[in-house]
Write a protein that binds this ligand. Sequence first.
Ligand SMILES: [Zn+2]
Length: 834
Amino acid sequence: MADDTNEHQPFALPGARARYGPDKLVAVEHIDLHLAPDLERERLEGVCTTTVRALDEPVERLSLDAVDLEIDGVTGAAGFAVHDGRVDVKFEPPIAPGGEATFAIAYRVVKPRHGLFFVRPTDDHPEKIAHAWTQCQDEYARYWFPCLDYPHAKQTTSQTIVVPKGTFALGNGALLERKDEGQTTIFRYRQDVPHSTYLVTMVAGPFVEVVQGNAGRNAVPVYYYVLPGREQDGERAFGNTPQMIALFEERLGAAYPYARYSQIAVSDFIFGGMENTSATTQTDRTLHDAVAHADFSSDPLVAHELAHQWFGDLLTCRDWSHAWLNEGFATFMEAVWREADLGSDEYLYDVFESIETYLKEERERYSRPIVCNVYIAPIDVFDRHLYQKGAAVLHMLRGELGESRFWRSLQRYVRDNAQRSVETIDLIRAIENETGRNLRGFFSQWVYRAGHPTIEVRASWDAARKLATVTIDQKQPVDRERPPYEFDVELILASGERRRAIRAHVERAHETIAVPLDFEPRLVRFDPGAHLLADVHYALGPELAAAALRDDEDVVARIRAARELAKDGGLVAREAIANSFEHERFWGVLAQAAAAIGATRAPWARGVLLRALEHPHPKVVRAAADALGNFRDGDVATALIETARRHASYFVRAAALTSLGKTRDARAFDVLTTALKQRTWNGVVEGGAAGGLAELGDPRALTPILEACGPQGNDGLRRAAVVALGRLGTLVEEARTPVVEALDRFLSDSNFFVAISAVAAAESLGDRRLLPALDRLATDGVDGRLRRGAAEAAIATRKGSKVPAQVTMLREEIDELREQQRKLQEKIEEIART
Ligand SMILES: [Zn+2]
């Protein structure tokens, strides 16, 4: 639990340097785009008319970002020159300070590498419907229109989009006109609220429009757009949008800022969603059927992108180093919707999951301050620190300020900074102006400093002196450069109706808090509301942990108690856990308990998990099925086969199939190869089967997994199968060479997610033969995430930090021995009973 030995990779890769926004020569007042996309030939004809105002000095030459654009001509200027991804426009005479100029650039985009994407039917996927979409974040607008492509510049925009008659086209802002002209349909949009270039969008294709009515204070019309046949799935995915608009307006004290709100679901999208002002692009992977709807929801994605309309769009990070003001807020607002929709347990669990996700990245990759400007590409900072740790900071701020002050502060921040660019200091100032609280120390510790406290909580009772003692230890490395974290935390000591609440100030690595009491505490509650951004471990002892698991109001506290009890494994602990599987009211506690007891591989845990397969909540069953992968046992395999066969949930079936592979049962290969032929939503079940096949550690698995990776497959299945391929390569020596050859190909797959999965598989395999391909991708990959992933995988491979095959095999042998030991243990217990 202490992470002293944790050797982080540095966040900054070789070549990274401090980034600052460029100087401003002009203010861009308006961009007008005339766009004619050709969906068949994958081209775009455009005219970009820009109005600028010179600021402090005469402007003779303006250099715009414009990558791969074929410039046909510039009017309204004295000339132009194209070089190195830019177009320089010359003015004679120069634009005088305060003076305006309007110039038009006519250009063409032909088979673009980024920014603008065309989806077409192919030999492998004849079912695909031709359409086009754009993706400008972070700095890809320049691939489809010339502009000053940086978030701190904001301007109004207008778009005229000309498409074949009957085709739909979406742009930003109000739809001014839609008319047929000859063989074309013309759409005219205008965004009157200034926005950044990375938020400009164009989507064109035969989309179906579904009107969701009007929402919010200004009765804004709400729409979603899907390709034909997906209308029902669209309703399932986007149905709650109007209620979310009303909720966010109420919490933020600010009306939804734009003329309309649309969500459009496109194929092959390279993100989950993109918050273009008034016109979010969503992946069509979020459209789902009725079966998936039982334990899958698009609400987090929908809430996230909607929240960006305020945080990101109306208030925009001034440069990417402050992008947590976009992403941390949008992630936090997902939890706010979950709280309003499903209750406070779900909210708290959402924050808990955020912290766990951040902790995993911090443990396995690197540690960095949330605000950080040293990077190669902006996308480098779009990680779990930015999103999840950012969201956790806001939850902690909510605890620090209290409910009313917190929301008033956010409202003040939105009011004072609407239509502007923001940095973290603007949030600090809004809080100070609203409440008088100076939180510079808070932000310095949680936003500008890397890492977090790792905390162990103990409690004891001295009956003679009637004194309860709670100790709080900070286990993270502490030295002169890294002082202990300083924070206040609430403790509640209770027994039946009697309770005592205190607020403790923690500033030393080892804090002892002594509380005189006239009763022995039976329940010790640490940090009710789980506000502290920390890796918290309970060491309360089995009695107090059992009481916490049973009686603590907070789901997070119950999870911490379950984890302590799982480790303890004594009689009291075992009974407490078994009881919780009977009585616990929140599924998330049981999901976490299942994982914790599964990791112990203890015989008692196996029994609890097998019974949990019958639990009514599919997410509990899924966690139990996952955890049962720790047991190599015929009965477990039988139960998993049965679960995979009869359970309704795709995710449960997938988990059961992967775990079945881990059991190495003789029946598994046939069951898994059969399951691999199913066709379910997003390839979820087949993907689970591919994972299970890899876990078998059987050379026969190579052929079916390779087939599943093939380009004809569903994207979801291909991604899972590529990851499975990497796993098989680590388990089966003779599969290694064909796996390396296949991964070498998939690293340059045209499907972004397949390529990124291949990077992950290459990193886990750590085979030096993949270095040339990884190095190539790290330098030449057009997408920043691929470059970053490939660079990290190459560094890890060179370091040889991956476990050699002999070690994997020895670990396998240890597992076998453990299994034998477990069976003997069971025999002993059986004899003892009779
Ligand atoms: Zn986002």
